[in-house]
Design a protein around this ligand. Structure first.
Ligand SMILES: *[C@@H]1O[C@H](CO)[C@@H](O)[C@H](O)[C@H]1NC(C)=O
Ligand SMILES: *[C@@H]1O[C@H](CO)[C@@H](O)[C@H](O)[C@H]1NC(C)=O
Ligand SMILES: *[C@@H]1O[C@H](CO)[C@@H](O)[C@H](O)[C@H]1NC(C)=O
Length: 666
């Protein structure tokens, strides 16, 4: 019977059948079949995602051409699976088709990838992905009525276009995440187009899934970066920490077996192989659901769902409760006499088990903190096991762990105090200045994005009970974005050092960084500070964006200026805009009066010097405000600046706060 079913689906469900190690459990057979059908049905989206992520410059028309080719290919193979081309790997077929598109490799400069084969080719395409999407045109924003009309008239093309626009702007996000976003986008469109207040509806409904996209995007990039730059071991550790916190009940053996599936999922997803990624994720979720009795009590409802929703549900689910019989201290690694012998027998496994035991006991810690503890323990044993009396030495391990955590706690406390004192806007300017001084080589787009993300992290976390884990996780992800995933950046060597040296201690490394001393600023301002009357028409958000860019460009041009000088120039900028916009002829005011004098190199510094002489008072003192009241804090927590930056069609304000458990993927 089982055999029959299997044969049935192999014939029935089309070509993308690689890596189908035939499952033995009926439930698994079912899962494989459903996944297969899912891939089959979504070949259009899958093609769009892969193509738009690999060749971000490609036009929508070109993407549609490829979709047509891939759909034909699928149909051909559905009809006759014995055709030789139908036994190829899906991603291989896709890349072949991309390379075969006339004129395209030359047009978008990827011929060199097409000249390669197999792994080399995939790698080449992967390296073609650009994290900095500043070169893409801004997303066309449709009026809600227009949006609904387009959806009604041509649903498929409308949705395809959305997936295309989102994918090319998020080249590293895993396909299942993008598919979820697409599904929710359609749901939202359907609902909102029925309503009177369309714009309002789009705004409120878009927020949670855009948030979902951003959070997972950051997380996934960071994990892939860890895999690519630091190797399999570090990704393994990240996953141990996350899974053990989420599923404290799981046994170590079972965790190890689950990790194999998780690890192979990441291979496909990080490389950009969309089909393998979807399969890999389904397999992980199947694994979890088939063993759920011994894994978690919180996922029963999730496991009753079908495959694409199921994964998302599990990712969203809460951490399971700590088993009653789990003591707070794990004596085995601290008190036992033969710790060194056990370590020597199999160090990788020993360390993995330590991380597992520590993580499942400490749901309140962040992932990087758990990795730091593991490193501290490893170093301690290295030291202790060479001593005459090792147990006497590692008996104090817990002190070391606590010291490490306290250090990290202090950093977070300081950051949150900063947030409380400065408030959202000034905090952003602080980070824009700070980050630009650290890495002036990054594009203005990237720097403003990072600054906003930093503020976003603190705004979201600093009022939560899980403050520490939340801040530490999120800020670390922002640093991960700064480090980049895909490129050998020309960046401050000290930053590069922090990015490369130790994954777990990245944050403390960044703490001690100073401005880039090797950076040579451009010799002219290249019109960066030319402003026009259109500033007066700019809406609030647009004006804010211009102000941010102004500040970043100013630091890039004059990195030697001190913080308070920059602050006061920013205030000047604001005043000038205000003044000129009120003038009779704003354009003339911008052109003739203030800016040329203000920003021509030498005068700039002169001006600042003069101001210093004239006002004994520290300009920054105006920033030292009273701590915000609780209701102001609430207001702040509701604001999601970075969503606008992500180039997603809808800029929105959020009402919900982030839960840290969202920030993981498995
Ligand atoms: C095209 O790609 C190659 C290889 O990555 C690179 O060296 C070259 O500068 C690129 N040319 C253009 C015009 O971008
Ligand atoms: C370490 O910190 C934990 C939690 O704060 C505490 O329960 C434990 O007693 C501390 N251990 C030592 C050795 O200080
Ligand atoms: C960034 O800010 C931190 C904390 O406020 C400070 O210690 C550091 O020196 C600043 N870095 C730069 C490059 O300004």
């Amino acid at each position: 019977m089982k055999q029959l079913k299997l044969t049935g689906f192999v014939i029935f469900f089309f070509f993308l059948t690689e890596s189908l190690t035939l499952p033995t459990q009926p439930q698994d057979v079912d899962d494989v079949r459903i996944t297969q059908k899912f891939i089959d049905d979504n070949i259009g989206y899958i093609t769009i995602i892969a193509f738009a992520q690999y060749i971000q410059e490609a036009s929508f028309e070109e993407v549609e051409m490829l979709v047509k080719a891939m759909t034909e290919y699928r149909d051909k193979c559905l009809a006759d699976r014995t055709l030789p081309e139908c036994s190829k790997l899906a991603n291989e077929v896709l890349l072949e088709n991309i390379c075969a598109m006339e004129g395209l490799p030359q047009k978008y400069n990827f011929s060199h990838c097409c000249h390669k084969v197999d792994f080399e080719r995939r790698l080449c395409f992967f390296h073609n992905k650009k994290a900095d999407i500043g070169l893409l045109p801004p997303l066309p924003t449709l009026d809600p009525e227009e949006k609904c009309q387009t959806y009604k008239n041509n649903r498929e093309s409308f949705l395809n276009n959305y997936v295309y626009e989102v994918s090319r702007r998020n080249p590293f996000v895993f396909a299942p995440t993008l598919l979820t976003v697409a599904a929710r986008f359609e749901e939202m469109t359907k609902t909102c187009c029925e309503e009177q207040e369309k714009a309002n509806c789009f705004q409120t409904k878009a927020e949670p899934f855009i948030y979902y996209l951003k959070a997972l995007s950051s997380y996934q990039k960071n994990a892939c970066r860890a895999l690519m730059k630091f190797g399999r071991q570090i990704l393994q550790s990240i996953n141990i920490a996350i899974l053990s916190q989420k599923f404290p009940k799981i046994g170590f053996k079972q965790l190890t077996s689950l990790l194999e599936d998780v690890s192979s999922k990441y291979d496909g997803c990080c490389e950009g192989d969309v089909v393998q990624c979807i399969r890999g994720r389904s397999k992980v979720m199947s694994h979890i659901c088939s063993k759920q009795d011994s894994i978690s009590s919180k996922i029963k409802d999730c496991c009753e769902k079908k495959i694409p929703e199921r994964g998302e549900c599990i990712i969203y689910s809460n951490k399971d409760d700590r088993p009653n019989d789990l003591s707070l201290r794990e004596a085995k690694f601290i008190e036992s006499d033969n710790v060194c012998e056990k370590r020597d027998a199999d160090q990788a496994n020993f360390m993995a088990e330590f991380l597992y035991e520590y993580s499942r006991r400490h749901p309140e810690l962040s992932t990087p903190e758990l990795l730091r503890i593991a490193k501290v323990y490893k170093d301690l044993l290295k030291e202790c096991c060479n001593m005459e009396n090792p147990p006497e030495c590692y008996r104090h391990a817990e002190n070391r762990f606590n010291e490490t955590t306290e250090k990290s706690l202090k950093i977070v406390q300081r950051e949150c105090e900063h947030f409380q004192n400065l408030g959202k806007d000034d905090l952003k300017y602080h980070y824009l200045i700070n980050l630009t001084k650290l890495a002036p080589q990054l594009s203005t787009e990237e720097l403003t994005f990072l600054g906003k993300e930093m503020v976003m992290a603190l705004t979201t976390c600093c009022t939560l009970s899980e403050e520490f884990a939340c801040v530490d996780n999120l800020v670390d992800l922002v640093l991960g974005e700064l480090c980049g995933i895909n490129e050998n950046r020309n960046i401050n060597p000290a930053v590069d050092h922090c990015c490369k040296t130790n994954f777990a201690f990245r944050r403390s490394c960044f703490e001690s960084l100073e401005a880039d001393k090797t950076y040579v600023p451009p010799s002219t301002s290249q019109g960066l500070f030319t402003f026009h009357a259109d500033l007066c028409q700019a809406h609030n958000e647009e004006l804010q964006r211009k102000k941010d860019r102004f500040l970043v460009n100013l630091v890039k041009l004059k990195p030697e200026l001190a913080g308070e000088e920059l602050w006061s120039l920013l205030a000047d900028f604001t005043n000038v805009v205000e003044k000129c916009c009120k003038a009779q002829e704003p354009e003339a005011c911008f052109k003739e009066e203030v800016f040329p004098a203000l920003f021509s190199g030498i005068q700039l510094v002169f001006l600042v010097q003069k101001r210093k002489w004239n006002s004994p008072q520290d300009p920054a003192s105006s920033l030292q405000r009273l701590p915000p009241s609780p209701s102001t804090l609430l207001q702040m927590a509701k604001f999601h600046p970075f969503l606008c930056l992500s180039n997603i069609p809808l800029c929105i304000h959020t009402t919900s706060s982030l839960s840290t458990h969202l920030l993981m993927d498995i």
